[in-house]
Design a protein around this ligand. Structure first.
Ligand code: FO1
Length: 307
């Protein structure tokens, strides 16, 4: 059994490779839910849906989110009448998942149970596990206004000052039981190549989560989301800079240093500061652009740390 900590759009690519070389039922994915947002009364869980759609083979790789070949009739009509969320494009098939999830949550099901239900219906054998069943929300404060992460990133493309990053209610949120069980039962825990600040850190900031990971007998590895100073995608650079952090693989290694054994960096990375860290540094090609990339990196990880 192995468990991937996933958020945003980087880790799902590694998961896409892993399922090609080991049985889905051996793979758990603990997903960030701090990007979740309520729009039109619908509960939307972007990072969970990215993993669900990837494993159901329907993810829209070009767009980078949602379901491939989706239409946007709902979006067109509702924004014609109420333009408030015209910046957040919800596809018609995507909408079906949000309507289902919202109604199942309203009926009293937990987010972890709803996700399990959706996986069963979409023939996904991996366990996709929301990090918590409590409400945690990432806000970006620009010094005047506090904005939901989606508004900061999708509407404003991150073009605003960041005074602080808030994980609202994180102090009262606990890891889901399913997440704890996955971590304690796994032989290998992989922190995926996602933005460490708003995609992975909410998971690690849950009460006792770091202690649970450290107490696990699993091998703990992380893959750098940054190669030679540039992140694969998304807001990582902007977020790290705003926290006064260097945008580098070395900086990411320092963020994870106290909970991992191995940090996998790109073969072209050269930074002799890694020697200062008490983790094993391993070099390989960590690009995840193509299917071949994803399978190659997944094979590297499985052959070295899971077999
Ligand atoms: N990202 C965008 O850049 N533009 C959008 O209109 C958009 C809509 C959207 C709808 C559902 C969903 O699950 C994700 C969506 N995303 C959109 C992506 C989303 O912002 C990111 O996947 C996560 O927040 C990354 O952490």
């Amino acid at each position: 059994m192995l468990t991937v900590l996933s958020g945003g759009t980087g880790s799902r690519k590694l998961i896409d490779g892993l399922v090609k070389i080991i049985p889905q039922k051996e793979i758990n994915v603990i997903v960030n839910t701090a990007d979740d947002i309520e729009i039109y009364g619908l509960y939307i869980s972007p990072d969970v849906d990215s993993v669900i759609y990837t494993l159901a083979g329907i993810f829209d790789e070009e767009r980078g989110w949602g379901i491939k070949n989706d239409t946007f009739n709902f979006h067109e009509m509702i924004t014609r009448i109420v333009p408030t969320y015209s910046w957040f494009h919800i596809g018609d098939k995507d909408l079906a998942i949000h309507v289902l999830r919202t109604n199942l949550l309203k009926s009293g099901m937990k987010l972890t149970e709803v996700t399990k239900f959706l996986c069963e219906k979409l023939n996904i054998d991996c366990k996709i596990i929301p990090m918590t069943n409590d409400k945690v929300t990432t806000y970006i404060f620009d010094g005047i206004k506090k904005r939901h992460f989606q508004e900061f990133w999708v509407l404003h493309r991150g073009n605003m000052p960041i005074k602080s990053i808030i994980f609202d209610n994180i102090e009262n949120a606990t890891p889901s039981n399913e997440a704890v069980e996955a971590i304690l039962k796994s032989k290998l825990i992989i922190i995926g190549p996602s933005n460490p600040i708003t995609s992975i850190n909410p998971i690690l900031s849950l009460a006792r989560m770091k202690d649970i990971i450290i107490s696990s007998e699993a091998k703990k590895i992380a893959i750098s989301p940054i190669v030679k100073g540039s992140p694969f995608s998304g807001p990582a650079a902007k977020l790290m800079e705003s926290l006064g952090l260097e945008v580098s693989a070395y900086q990411v290694a320092k963020i994870y240093e106290d909970i991992i054994d191995v940090f996998i960096i790109d073969e072209n990375e050269n930074d002799d500061r890694f020697k200062e860290l008490n983790i094993e540094i391993v070099k390989t090609n960590i690009s995840l652009k193509t299917q071949e990339d994803r399978i190659r990196l997944a094979k590297f990880i499985v052959n070295n740390y899971y077999k």
